[in-house]
Design a protein around this ligand. Structure first.
Ligand SMILES: NC(=O)c1ccc[n+]([C@@H]2O[C@H](COP(=O)([O-])OP(=O)(O)OC[C@H]3O[C@@H](n4cnc5c(N)ncnc54)[C@H](O)[C@@H]3O)[C@@H](O)[C@H]2O)c1
Length: 274
């Protein structure tokens, strides 16, 4: 996500962008991906060589947090783990200038809880991009409990400058998109478990009947079944409502390490394509 967000911002604005990742291998992969996306765009005549060269001149990569100290905006896209995100923001809070706004790309954690470990809760917001971020049209903005109207207005403007459509959501588990998406996926897994239909027919029904580009079971395999289970657990605990209880069949797949595309099998078999 971070790579695509960096590409998007460098393409749409003239600001400088620093990609910070603690893992050097991830940074190398990020550089290679950005080169690949740029070359493909040039090949399709969507980007000029000179524009791409200018983009690259404004983009730097680092694995040292000490070299990211003077920013106007931080967009965090690290692991989906509350403690890890809180720790990073607490460290950044000490070194960033007072005017710097913090945004998290979390899909399911509480923005208010992440912000709470900083001293700039009024300048903290959820900025939820969709994958791949340089192509998908939506940004879901999630103000935390103490986010100021000024911060909301600035990040809304910035999102529109990136060419995105903005939807606003209050800071409750799953916001709009993660909640609705995961409820559909969970219900599709129950439909499969209860023998209502086969996996292929469940996916075909939603693709042709509702015009969804992917069926919910294919989508679950794409997202990762462990990620789906974690999010459902957060919805279940966050609302204390049994309607979000994760399907036992999903739990079994995760226990058996059939996590979807990334492990070669989930609801579907990907062993020949991985
Ligand atoms: N993948 C998606 O489709 C998607 C969509 C929307 C939002 N998100 C959210 O975006 C975030 C990132 O997701 P992803 O799929 O890109 O994850 P990923 O695992 O592909 O990438 C996370 C990167 O963060 C780095 N990292 C981890 N801890 C770090 C730390 N403390 N300091 C610096 N770098 C660190 C890792 O090295 C890794 O390169 C998550 O919060 C996720 O919920 C993901």
């Amino acid at each position: 996500m971070g790579t695509h967000i960096a590409y998007l911002i460098t393409q749409k604005t003239l600001g400088k962008v620093i990609v910070y990742d603690s893992n050097q291998l991830s940074l190398e992969k990020s550089k290679a991906t950005i080169t690949d996306i740029g070359q493909k765009a040039i090949g399709k005549a969507k980007l000029l060589d000179s524009e791409f060269a200018s983009m690259l001149s404004r983009l730097t990569f680092t694995n040292s947090i000490d070299s990211v100290s003077n920013c106007d905006l931080v967009i965090e896209a690290i692991f989906e783990n509350l403690a890890i995100k809180q720790e990073l923001f607490a460290a950044l809070d000490k070194v960033m200038p007072n005017h710097c706004i913090f945004a998290t790309n979390t899909s399911s954690l509480s923005v208010t809880q992440i912000a709470a470990k900083t001293k700039r809760t009024s300048q903290f917001i959820g900025m939820h991009f969709f994958s791949p971020a340089h192509i998908m049209k939506l940004i879901e903005l999630i103000p935390g409990l103490d986010t100021s109207t000024e911060t909301i207005a600035k990040i809304k403007d910035f999102s529109q400058q990136l060419g995105k459509e903005v939807v606003m959501a209050n800071d409750f588990p799953g916001f709009i998109t993660t909640r609705l998406g995961l409820v559909l996926i969970n219900e599709a897994i129950y439909t499969l478990m209860e023998g209502i239909s086969s996996k292929e027919e469940i996916d075909t029904a939603m693709k042709l009947g509702y015009n969804h580009p992917m069926g919910p079971l294919e989508l679950a395999d794409f997202i990762g079944l462990d990620v789906c289970l974690n999010i459902l657990n957060r919805l279940y605990e966050g609302f204390s409502d049994s309607k979000y209880r994760p399907c036992p069949l999903l739990k079994n797949y995760v226990a058996a390490n059939h996590l979807g595309r990334k492990t070669g099998s989930g609801f579907y078999d990907y062993s020949r394509s991985t």
